[in-house]
Design a protein around this ligand. Structure first.
Ligand code: GZL
Length: 321
């Protein structure tokens, strides 16, 4: 018996020298990611949240998730709480571009890396975050504008546009406006005659479109909405005003959520520019890389396309959000 036990111990000692196997306990510490989400203002946001939660589960990452109800102060509070809890990584989608430097400096002082997802910040000190992963909103605006320039090519008459902007001060609202205005310079007939925020929601989009219709009525030829939810709200307002969406007013929007495909298949929306919310897997992979000490590119751009009405029925079954 004695001989056997000695042999067993000798074998274990030898094994411990040859494997990387940590003899002190076997469970690896779970990575903890603190995520501050903007809110639940749109179909896009809901899909984005689902993607992040599902990907964290899949990756075995402990997710501390906070919903800010579209208020910057709630996002700042959440980030401070993540710092106090000493999470491994902080990620967030900044509701507006400005006002983040102080809290990001606190995260830096606490040596907690920060990942920006979906929207950018305007901090001059880019050392305050490791990477920004998300869409190129200026290009999304250009795609919307280029589509309109092509649509009116060879036609005569005014092209008066009313614009429903996203949340005031947010990167998508600022950049989608910039890209659209750059692209429509190609045809001087295209003019933005009214522009106002609908805060990315259906309710506000409908309310502002009602005001546009009261003020401009049949002068309106085109609606450019910074997201599908506002476009869908505006479609309701157009119908309640006795006009036909798409036929009387061409409707252009961004996101390519399911609701937009349903509106295009019903002949009420003309085109939607894709803006993918499915950032969860990329975020979890970046989080694991950071914890493993790997470096990340400063900017990770989401590849996207555009869906005009004529392809909606063919593409809809393939859509993941
Ligand atoms: C874009 C995202 C925007 C969507 C809206 O990446 O930040 O916020 O376009 C959402 O639908 O509310």
């Amino acid at each position: 018996m004695k001989f056997q036990r000695r042999t067993l111990f000798a074998a274990l000692a030898a094994a411990s020298l040859t494997t990387a196997w940590p003899l002190t306990g076997f469970a690896q510490k779970k990575i903890v990611l603190g995520f501050s989400q903007i809110g639940a203002e749109s179909e896009w946001r809901t899909a984005n949240t689902e993607s992040i939660k599902a990907a964290a589960k899949e990756a075995g990452i402990e997710l501390k998730f906070s919903d800010a109800q579209q208020k910057q102060e709630n996002q700042i509070k959440a980030i401070r709480s993540f710092i106090a809890q000493k999470v491994d990584v902080i990620a967030f989608s900044p509701v507006v571009e400005s006002g983040w430097d102080t809290v990001l400096r606190e995260a830096k002082a606490a040596k907690i890396p920060v990942i920006l997802t979906d929207r950018a910040v305007d901090s001059k000190d880019t050392s305050l975050y490791v990477t920004f992963m998300g869409s190129d909103f200026i290009e999304e605006g250009r795609k919307a504008g280029r589509w309109l320039v092509e649509k009116v090519k060879g036609k005569t008459g005014d092209v008066n546009v009313v614009e429903l902007q996203g949340t005031v001060g947010s990167a998508p609202a600022i950049d989608r406006k910039k890209g659209f205005e750059e692209a429509i310079k190609a045809d001087p007939r295209i003019k933005i005659i009214r522009s106002q925020t609908g805060d990315f929601t259906r309710a506000k989009g409908k309310e502002v479109m009602e005001a546009f219709l009261k003020a401009e009525g049949k002068k309106i030829n085109v609606l450019y909405a910074h997201n599908d939810d506002m476009a869908i709200g505006a479609i309701q307002a157009i119908e309640e005003a006795g006009m036909k969406p798409s036929k009387d007013i061409t409707i252009i929007s961004i996101d390519a959520v399911k609701g937009a495909f349903e509106a295009m298949m019903a002949g009420k929306l003309d085109v939607t520019v894709e803006c993918s919310p499915l950032l969860g897997p990329q975020l979890m992979s970046a989080t694991k890389d950071l914890v493993a000490g790997k470096s990340l590119p400063k900017r990770i751009v989401t590849e996207e396309t555009i869906f005009p009405m004529e392809v909606a029925a063919r593409e809809f079954p393939k859509r993941k959000y």
